[in-house]
Design a protein around this ligand. Structure first.
Ligand code: FMN
Length: 327
C-alpha cells in the first residue's frame, strides 16, 4: 500500500499536492473542484493588504508613503467595500464544502494595521494562513537588514493575532538567502513557501505601455526551489513547501526528495486542467512503488544537502565542473 499522506504545518494532508493561491481557488465552487480533483489542500486567492487597509479606513494614516498619490483612485476601486466580507465568506463557504485544509492567503508588504484582521481569518475557519510578502527592495535608502526586519515584524504581529499555523511565501532576492530564511524559520512561522513568483512588468514596444509579463511559469522553473529546499532541509526550524515551476509528478517527487513537506502548483493546472493533479499523484505513486517506498517519510529529504554524500553538488564545485565541459 502506498501512502501519500503528509503533515504540513501540523495539518494532516492526504497527499502533498496543494493548489496554490490563484484564480483556481477564488470561489467556494472552485475550491470544491480542486478537492474533487484530489488536492491535498488549497491556498485561497489572496486578499491584498491594501484592500484590508482601505476597508478599515486607515489607508491615509497607515500607508505611510507606501504608494504614490496617483494610485489612490486605483486602490479605492480595488479595495472595494465588500472585499473583506467577501473573503471571510469565501473561507466559511469553502470550509463547509470541502474536508481538505483551507489555507487563507494575504498578499502584504508591511506589518501595518491590517495584521489585526488575521484573527478574523481564524474565526472564519481558515486552517492556516499563508502570507505572500512582496518586499521589493527598490528604495536605495533601505539596507538589507532593514528590509528583512519587515518580515519579522509581520510574522510577530500576525502570530500575536492568531493561533493557527502560519506560512510565509517568499522570494529569493536576498544577499544571503540561507541566513535570512533560517532566521525566519526561528521567528515562529510554521512553514516557508519557496518561492513566490511575483508579477513582473514588461513593455509593449508598439504602444510604449507597461504590460504584465507572462504570468504562467515554465516547467524548468522548479530548479530554484529545488536548490534552496535541498540546502535548507533539516537545517531550518519549520516546514518547507515548494512552489513555482512544478508542472508534473517528477518535479513534485524531486521537491519531496529535497525535503519539502508539501508542493504547490498553479500554472500546470491552468495549462492542463485540474485533471493534471490526478496524473501527478499517479506518477508519484507509481514512482514510489517502483522505488520501494511506502510512505513519503521513506524518502523525504533523502537528497537534501545535509543527507547527501556529495554536498558540493549543490554549490559552486558542481557549477565549475559543469561549465568547464560546456563549449
Ligand atoms: C492567475 C494567477 C493568479 C495568482 N494569484 C495569486 C494570489 O492571489 N496570491 C498569491 O500568493 N499568488 C498568486 N499567484 C501565484 C501562484 O500562487 C504561484 O506562486 C505561482 O503561479 C508559481 O507557481 P506555478 O509555477 O505553479 O504557477 C497567482 C498565479 C497565477 C498564475
Amino acid at each position: 500500500m502506498t501512502d501519500l499522506s503528509t503533515k504540513y504545518m501540523g495539518l494532516e494532508l492526504k497527499n502533498p499536492i496543494v493548489v496554490g493561491s490563484s484564480g483556481l481557488t477564488k470561489s467556494a465552487k472552485a475550491v470544491e473542484q480542486c478537492a474533487d480533483a484530489g488536492a491535498g489542500a488549497v491556498v485561497l486567492k489572496s486578499i491584498f493588504e491594501e484592500q484590508i487597509v482601505h476597508q478599515v479606513e486607515e489607508l491615509a494614516s497607515s500607508a505611510g508613503g507606501m504608494w504614490h498619490p496617483e494610485a489612490d483612485e486605483y486602490i479605492t476601486a480595488y479595495g472595494r467595500e465588500s472585499a473583506v466580507a467577501d473573503f471571510l465568506e469565501l473561507i466559511k463557504k469553502a470550509k463547509k464544502s470541502v474536508s481538505i485544509p483551507v489555507i487563507a492567503s494575504v498578499h502584504c508588504v508591511s506589518a501595518g494595521a491590517w495584521t489585526e484582521f488575521a484573527g478574523k481569518l481564524e474565526d472564519a475557519g481558515a486552517d492556516a494562513i499563508e502570507l505572500n510578502v512582496l518586499n521589493l527592495s527598490s528604495d536605495p535608502r533601505l539596507t538589507g537588514p532593514e528590509k528583512e526586519r519587515v518580515y519579522h515584524q509581520i510574522v510577530e504581529a500576525v502570530k500575536e493575532a492568531t493561533k493557527i499555523p502560519l506560512a510565509l511565501k517568499i522570494g529569493q532576492q536576498f544577499s544571503s538567502p540561507a541566513h535570512v530564511l533560517t532566521a525566519l524559520s526561528e521567528s515562529g512561522v510554521d512553514s516557508l513557501t519557496l518561492f513566490n513568483r511575483p508579477y513582473n512588468p514588461d513593455f509593449d514596444i508598439e504602444k510604449l505601455e507597461v504590460v504584465p509579463a507572462k504570468h504562467l511559469s515554465n516547467p524548468d522553473e522548479y530548479v530554484s526551489a529545488l536548490r534552496w529546499i535541498s540546502i535548507l532541509a533539516g537545517k531550518v526550524n519549520c516546514d518547507l513547501a515548494a512552489a513555482t515551476g512544478i508542472h508534473d509528478g517528477a518535479a513534485a517527487i524531486k521537491q519531496l526528495l529535497a525535503g519539502a513537506a508539501a508542493v504547490q502548483a498553479v500554472s500546470t493546472f491552468y495549462q492542463n486542467g485540474l485533471s493534471r493533479l490526478e496524473e501527478m499523484l499517479s506518477e508519484i505513486e507509481s514512482w514510489m512503488k517502483r522505488s520501494g517506498f511506502e510512505t513519503l517519510g521513506d524518502f523525504r529529504g533523502k537528497m537534501s544537502q545535509s543527507q547527501s554524500e556529495n554536498p558540493a553538488a549543490f554549490e559552486r564545485v558542481q557549477f565549475m565542473k559543469h561549465s568547464v565541459g560546456i563549449e
